[in-house]
Design a protein around this ligand. Structure first.
Ligand SMILES: [Zn+2]
Length: 397
């Protein structure tokens, strides 16, 4: 048998236009490759009112423990205007040793490496792992993440699947392959600060109550003081306002209400409840009294509320131990580099997987993810395949 080639697998995947929620042929291709290697393959379509149906894939080989799950997604963000790409976004072109295409690093490339490494491992071990290997691949990571990993994991748990560990292939390396492994992610919480005033003529502010003053005061208070100083594994949490919404087209009208949207990226000093309580306490303290404001017309307390949006992005951290040591050891052996252990960046599907088993994240270099001309050096695909191959050898040793 010829050695499985991550580059040809990656090119196959890149030629599938699988922009969320479209499957684009990517999962069918994976199902065929894994089926041919004697994996039991399940194709699951999940639905939810108000969202598009999304296809997902779960494939397992072996019945014994330990059970290593490779997780990932084949959906991609839209390419934007294809004319500004130097190679068509779904061409899978290679030029000067670089493979181009939407999803090259996020994360079809890493999936190709995992598949190639697994096929190689199976061939070297009589076609069977000393335990179980599975692929849990969603088509809803870049979208709402409703009909993807959360439902797929729940479905797997209900049919009795137990996972020992997971490796998720998000492109977390910062500058070069092997510089970063992610052991955790910050949580994310959105909210809207609403200040209610009293509408009136701008020339008679004493008859009105301008909510803009209250909004600015509360925003300043929430931005001024950090939410924490950071923890052992995380940077300080951050609250960032992203939009101020008053929408008043009239020049001589004091509006009746003012709103500001914000997002908090929070670390393991908080849970949802304590985080909300802290923000509300600070808003309440700032709202209480207007006497400090010399320009204030009406010395009323600010009437405010925070509308918290539902969040499914809790903070998590995988404690280092035997599993992470083996993963890091494989990394060092295969690349000669010692990766930095990180918890930075946005959210990923690891936030769902962590409820089922410990998860670490590493894949390709993230520099071009979601960008025009997303691309990966072919040498990185070969190198990452070697890392995954080394992990499989160590994991099932
Ligand atoms: Zn991704």
């Amino acid at each position: 048998m010829t050695k499985p080639d991550p580059i040809s697998i990656a090119r196959h995947l890149l030629r599938c236009p699988s922009v969320t929620p479209v499957e684009g042929g990517a999962l069918s291709y994976l199902a065929a490759v894994l089926g041919a290697a004697s994996f039991t393959v399940h194709r699951m379509t999940f639905s939810e009112p108000g969202t598009a149906d999304v296809e997902n894939l779960y494939a397992r080989i072996g019945t014994a423990m330990p059970h290593l799950m490779f997780a990932g997604h084949t959906d991609v963000v839209p390419p934007g205007d294809p004319k500004i790409w130097s190679h068509a976004p779904f061409s899978g072109d290679i030029a000067d040793g670089v493979l181009f295409g939407r999803g090259a690093v996020d994360m079809k490339g890493a999936i190709a490496c995992k598949i190639a490494a697994t096929l190689e491992y199976l061939t070297a071990n009589g076609g069977k792992p000393k335990g179980s290997i599975s692929f849990l691949i969603t088509g809803d990571e870049e979208g709402a993440a409703i009909n993807g990993s959360p439902k797929l994991l729940k479905w797997a748990a209900e049919r009795g699947e137990k996972f020992s560990h997971c490796i998720l292939g998000e492109p977390g390396n910062v500058a070069e392959l092997g510089d970063t492994i992610k052991l955790g992610r910050r949580g994310s919480q959105n909210g809207v600060l609403v200040v209610t005033g009293k509408q009136g003529h701008v020339a008679y502010p004493q008859r009105a109550d301008n909510p803009v003053r209250g909004l600015v005061k509360l925003m300043t208070a929430l931005m001024d003081e950090p939410l924490d100083k950071g923890s052992d594994h995380f940077d300080p949490s951050n609250l960032e306002f992203t939009s101020i919404d008053i929408g008043n087209p009239t020049v001589n009208l004091i509006p009746g209400e003012a709103r500001a949207r914000f997002n908090i990226r929070f670390n393991d000093c908080h849970d949802y409840a304590s985080l909300k309580a802290l923000v509300e306490k600070r808003a309440a303290a700032a709202a209480g009294d207007h006497s400090a404001s010399k320009t204030r017309v009406n010395a009323l307390p600010v009437r405010w509320a925070i509308n918290w949006e539902p969040s499914n992005a809790d903070v998590f951290y995988t404690e280092p131990g035997e599993f992470t040591d083996r993963v890091i050891g494989s990394f060092v052996e295969a690349t000669g580099k010692k990766p930095k252990l990180s918890t930075s960046g946005g959210t990923s599907d690891a936030r769902f997987i962590k409820d089922y088993c410990p998860v670490v994240e590493f894949g390709l270099v993230g520099t071009t993810m979601h960008a025009v001309d997303e691309r990966v050096p072919v040498a990185d695909l070969t190198a990452l395949t070697a890392v995954y191959r080394k992990i499989l050898a160590k994991y099932f040793a």
